[in-house]
Design a protein around this ligand. Structure first.
Ligand code: F6R
Length: 264
């Protein structure tokens, strides 16, 4: 894992956006794995700016989102499909038919999960997967106790996640308790993984992800098994890392090395 510690959430978003831009420039037909929630919004805004200024095109790209609430149709304002349309897809030149979000209102959710896996495979797998992280260490909606080799499936949300996400729902509005989520095994098959986390509320989860044992108790710790996972955090989210200074030093060295290679 590469741990990148930056000053603030704006720097985290800009750094993450740069990784996405490089990926799309290198391979316009990239298959991108995307996330919802608060964390990726600023990164998406960078991508929108880059697209609208003509710097970057998504015309050849395809996307797969991590998860969706079970029971919500894509037109529902709290659905993750709706979120993606309004936060990103409606503002860039991507072909909407190439944007996939698990089908929250599927007649047969189990079949929808199998179909989602098959769709990802048919596209040749995910090139770059974006992740946020829950305070309990979840990635996608892989809550603690998720199998580290799990595939796309229906997963119950923990009370903690339901409480965290209640902010997106109006008082009295129906809030789903179940989701369809890519599995941890599905996520680990992405060629590159980029996890972003900002704020003190994520510090404990980041510490468990980076320095804790590999454990279903912290699903994000499974990234320790990946060959190309980049964890980008701000100072607040990095606050409890025991080896913080080492990561900062390594990162600085890496940057110098990478700069040399890019001159070649
Ligand atoms: C969203 C998702 C979740 C979020 C996580 C953090 O698609 O898969 O794992 O990334 O709950 O959410 P925020 O960014 O709102 O703190």
């Amino acid at each position: 894992m590469q741990i990148v510690i930056l000053n603030n959430p704006a720097d985290v978003a800009a750094y993450g956006a740069e990784i996405f831009k490089q990926q799309i420039r290198r391979k316009p037909k990239s298959v991108l794995g995307l996330a919802t929630g608060s964390t990726p919004v600023a990164l998406y805004n960078h991508l929108i700016d880059a697209n609208q200024s003509g710097e970057l095109s998504f015309k050849a790209a395809a996307t797969f989102n991590l998860d969706e609430y079970l029971g919500l149709a894509g037109a529902h304002p709290q659905s993750y499909r709706y979120f993606m349309d309004t936060a990103l897809f409606n503002h860039i030149d991507i072909d909407k038919s190439q944007t996939a979000v698990p089908q929250g209102n599927a007649q047969n959710p189990l079949q929808a999960c199998r179909d989602y896996e098959a769709q990802i495979k048919a596209k040749g797998g995910i090139d770059l997967q974006l992740l946020g992280i829950g305070r309990n260490g979840h990635i996608g909606f892989n809550e603690p106790s998720s199998g580290l080799q799990s595939r796309t499936r229906v997963k119950a949300l923990t009370p903690a996640t339901i409480a965290d996400n209640a902010r997106f729902f109006a008082d009295g509005e129906y809030q789903p308790r179940l989701s369809i989520t890519m599995g941890i095994g599905t996520i680990l098959e992405a060629k590159k993984i980029l996890l972003l986390a900002t704020g003190a509320s994520k510090a404990e989860a980041i510490q468990a992800t980076v320095e804790g044992p590999l454990s279903a108790a912290c699903p994000a710790s499974a990234l320790q098994m990946h060959q190309d996972a980049v964890i980008v955090v701000d100072e607040a989210a990095a606050a409890t890392l025991a080896n913080k200074e080492f990561y900062k030093h390594v990162e600085a060295e890496n940057q110098k090395l990478l700069a040399q290679f890019s001159l070649e």
